[in-house]
Design a protein. Structure first.
Length: 435
């Protein structure tokens, strides 16, 4: 959702398959929908949500205490530059921007009159204590004095229309990226990322180059791991990646980085990177009427993503954030807050050094697993459902050349399953969809 801000999701405590993070619930003291969470360090954080709710912790979430917002509006986004100075954006009936300079002991309404024709401020992010941006669905606003005054940011197009901004990422005091959709003149909408390019004159917000996103996709989230590498996700379960090769070109390309659209996946709700290489995003799925939040991890800036996501039951549109690579928090419906701590075994340490090919996926009955290990060894397999319940297990003997095995899933109910493969050297897990 914002610059170098990570998000982390939650662990369903009864799951028996490995998690990238171990998750434990925390008591928020509230029961409303929490829309966003932000930690300035691994001890001090804030969560915001419906009815003007703000809760704060200074001990890593062991205790969450309410803070007076002075409003009953829906609070949608929170951003802090340090443990004292932060901003909150929101609104439902009345647009709202709040600011604190004392860690939230006092919140001041700084909503400017310049924000017009919209009742909801959707996201806010800052590069430093002075320079930041806020967005509504069809306009972008910038401040250079910490939010005391705001000015409307111009677009490169003469008559912008049909805009629907959702999320913002700030990479410097001159550059920001806005993810959302833009309507075509023909009436259809398409995903787009607007960027402010300080090298262009005059300085406008420019849309991405045409046809970079899937038809009818809509972007909900955006984050950058550094000032030249970004990720955006939308309603189709597709993650896009931007790598700026030309320092003067910020319009793309945005390439497809990971496609989960065929795996009964919902929207990508949030993306975050606490470092240049380590990051994660969260989405969700539904199996037999039960929803599960899913968190995918990378340790190589999106070159590969974990086949086995962290999961939590009944946690659909959660938002995640981590101040560093070892700690994370997730918030969502009915005041739920979970703390995540990185598992002792890292993502890359778990992966098997074996060439693995699984097909067809999705399947209606059988799946074939091709393995090329380069040595003679035993490999164990197990099929688990998304609650961690064991469905099938067994063991195969590999040889130094290609080995091929078949699993019969014709007697398994439709849904998403995890295929775990493990040897004495490690393990890898893959998502399998049974139609």
């Amino acid at each position: 959702m914002r610059l170098l801000v990570i998000s982390i999701l939650v662990f369903f405590s009864s799951a028996i398959f490995a998690q990238n993070f171990n998750w434990t619930p925390q008591n928020s003291g509230v029961t409303v929908l929490l829309k966003d969470v932000f930690f300035a360090d691994n001890q001090t954080g804030w969560a915001v949500g419906d009815d003007g709710i703000i809760v704060n912790t200074t001990d890593g979430g062991q205790n969450w205490l309410p803070q007076a917002s002075g409003t009953t509006e829906k609070l949608r986004a929170v951003f802090f530059i340090d443990t004292n100075t932060g901003w909150i954006a929101g609104g439902l009936n009345t647009k709202t921007i709040l600011k604190t300079t004392d860690g939230g002991s006092n919140w001041v309404d700084i909503t400017p009159e310049t924000i017009i024709d919209n009742q909801q401020v959707l996201d806010i992010a800052f590069a430093d204590a002075n320079t930041g941006w806020a967005i509504v669905s069809d306009s972008i606003y910038m401040t250079t004095d910490g939010g005391d005054t705001w000015t409307t940011e111009p677009y490169s197009i003469n008559n912008p229309f049909g805009l629907d901004h959702k999320a913002i990422a700030v990479t410097s005091d001159t550059t920001a990226y806005i993810a959302g959709t833009r309507q075509r003149t023909t009436g259809s909408a398409y995903a787009d990322v607007f960027n402010k390019n300080p090298y262009e004159g005059p300085v406008y917000f420019y849309g991405a180059a045409a046809h970079q996103f899937e038809t009818d996709d809509k972007l909900y989230s955006i984050a950058f791991s550094n000032y030249i590498t970004g990720f955006a996700g939308g309603i189709n379960g597709i993650l896009y990646k931007f790598e700026q090769e030309d320092p003067f070109n910020m319009a793309g390309p945005w390439d497809k980085n990971l496609d989960l659209s065929s795996q009964n996946i919902s929207s990508i709700w949030s993306i975050s990177f606490p470092s240049e290489s380590i990051g994660m995003f969260n989405t969700s799925t539904e199996i037999s009427g039960v929803t599960y939040a899913l968190i995918y991890h990378t340790s190589d800036t999106g070159e590969t993503w974990s086949a086995e996501p962290d999961t939590i039951q009944d946690f659909l549109t959660a938002v995640v954030h981590a101040p560093d690579t070892a700690n994370a928090w997730a918030v969502g419906a009915i005041g739920k807050i979970y703390k995540g701590v990185r598992s002792p075994i890292g993502i890359s340490e778990m992966a098997l050094d074996i060439d693995i090919n699984i097909y067809p996926n999705p399947t209606t009955d059988f799946i074939t697993i091709e393995l090329n290990s380069g040595s003679n060894e035993l490999i164990s397999y197990s099929i688990l459902d998304m609650t961690g319940r064991l469905i099938k297990k067994g063991q195969w003997s590999l040889n130094s050349s290609n080995s091929k095995f078949t699993l019969n899933l014709s007697d398994v109910m439709k849904g998403v399953y995890l295929l775990k493969l493990s040897t004495d050297e490690g393990q890898s897990t893959f998502r399998v969809l049974k139609n």
